[in-house]
Design a protein around this ligand. Structure first.
Ligand SMILES: [Zn+2]
Length: 77
């Protein structure tokens, strides 16, 4: 009686499991740091400072775009 030996798993299997999510770069403009994993920031920023700055940036642009009355309601023919 000899113990049943499990077939040796190929080395390729182990390396494929190794693939993890690649850290992406902080999405704040001008920031070159890598984003860190944080559930509050959706892993898009490197620090809370960038979260605030980026949000302010986006909001600033949004306000700017909205405050400029570029709408021409009646088109001149
Ligand atoms: Zn950053």
């Amino acid at each position: 009686m000899q113990p049943t030996e499990a077939p040796p798993a190929g080395p390729a299997i182990a390396s494929e499991v190794e693939q993890t999510v690649q850290p992406q770069q902080c999405i704040r403009q001008g920031c070159t740091n890598m984003a860190i994993v944080n559930s509050d920031w959706e892993d898009e920023y490197c620090s809370s400072e960038c979260v605030v700055t980026h949000c302010r940036d986006v909001f600033g642009h949004w306000v700017q775009g909205n405050s400029t009355p570029q709408q021409t309601i009646s088109t001149v023919k």
